[in-house]
Write a protein that binds this ligand. Structure first.
Ligand code: PEP
Ligand code: MG
Length: 356
């Protein structure tokens, strides 16, 4: 039984047993490994960062050998309380994270609530379709003080540290410009207060909607980095609720439409020399890693428990071959064809212990 991918195999074959033994061995060595760069057999380097949702997650990121925190989900700071956290509270958590990460980057996502995540003390309009409603940056832009408090804390934590800021659920250039105006305003306020911060903090966005992927050439003029949220990108591209089990096969992240949007995003980002990360479940899917590499992803952001597995998979791949794989997959007609293709081409090689 593989709880990570929700798979139960009755009467596993020898090859299947071996594959799962490798996964188990990898997770048992992860606590003793330190941060090491991740490169393919032909020397192409990518970063493997951790997704975390609280300070405990940051500690796990370190012990799992993550090269940084790639997605700090900050919603936990807002739940199980009666009012939003103060700037000091957010700052303290970020400062602690920076210190735990010992100089490695910490990428903080501003509050991504709305949809199914709503703190009781915050006001939300009644919405018939919350997933298509006021969530992520849309919500924060409507309550300037909510965004500015977070931005101030993140900016202050960036002083002398490698802290980046990232906005979720962006769909238009206007939203990104508004968020950057808020950043600019807070920089002026902090300067007046005599507080120090990194004036050149990196500003990025999550690419989670087809709109953002389609205008990623324009967004790339305004951002320093992209992070593709494959969970939401698949949900919104396929118009299929990611929480609805009945639609799981429709909201498939390997559908050709989702893959084309990923390719378009990486191409547009690279034209302006922006790095692009993959996060969400697809980034932690060992079978999909060769495809994502070939599509041009520069960073993988996965849960701490997946860090070592994904590093090992990348270290067994030949970058040149992943490029050819991506070209071939982009010609396939469905997610199931892609999955079968990737299984046949890479899984067998991994099981034999050979590089691909
Ligand atoms: C995503 O949408 O893929 C993502 C990483 O963000 P979250 O899962 O927090 O919505
Ligand atoms: Mg998301």
């Amino acid at each position: 039984m593989d709880g990570d991918i929700g798979e139960v195999i009755a009467n596993p074959t020898e090859a299947e047993t071996k594959k799962h033994m490798i996964r188990t061995e990898m997770s048992s060595v992860e606590t003793v490994l330190s941060v090491e760069p991740t490169a393919t057999t032909d020397g192409h380097t990518v970063k493997v960062f951790a997704n975390v949702a609280n300070l405990e997650g940051v500690r796990e990121a370190v012990s799992s050998g993550a090269e940084g925190v790639g997605l700090f989900r900050t919603a936990f700071l807002y739940f199980e309380r009666d009012a939003p956290p103060t700037e000091a509270e957010i700052f303290n958590v970020m400062k602690q994270s920076v210190s735990i990460m010992q100089g490695e980057p910490v990428i903080v996502r501003t509050l991504d609530i709305g949809g199914d995540k709503k703190p009781s003390y915050m006001e939300f309009p009644k919405e018939k379709n919350p997933a298509l409603g006021l969530r992520g940056i849309r919500y924060c832009l409507r309550i300037p003080s909510l965004l500015e408090t977070q931005v101030a804390a993140i900016l202050r934590a960036s002083m002398g540290a490698d802290v980046w800021i990232m906005f979720p659920m962006v769909t238009t250039v206007r939203e990104l410009k508004q968020a950057k105006q808020s950043l600019q305003k807070v920089k002026c306020i902090l300067t007046k207060r005599g507080a120090s911060f990194n004036a050149n903090i990196k500003v990025g966005i999550m690419i989670e909607t087809p709109s953002a992927a389609l205008i990623s050439d324009e967004l790339a003029r305004e951002a320093d980095f992209f992070s593709i949220g494959t969970n939401d990108l698949a949900q919104y591209t396929m118009a299929a609720d990611r929480e609805n089990d009945i639609l799981a096969t429709i909201a498939d992240r390997l559908e050709p439409s989702v893959l084309r949007l990923i390719k378009q995003t990486t191409d547009n980002a690279h034209t302006r020399n922006l790095p692009v990360a993959a996060c969400g479940e697809l980034a932690a899917d060992a079978d999909a890693v060769p495809l994502l590499l070939g599509l041009g992803l520069d960073e993988f952001r996965v849960n701490p428990s997946d860090i070592q597995v994904i590093k090992r998979v990348i270290q067994g791949l030949k970058y040149g071959e992943t490029k050819a794989t991506a070209e071939e997959v982009l010609r396939l007609k469905s997610a199931s064809e892609t999955r079968l293709y990737l299984k046949n081409r890479f899984q067998q090689k991994r099981l034999r212990g050979g590089s691909a």
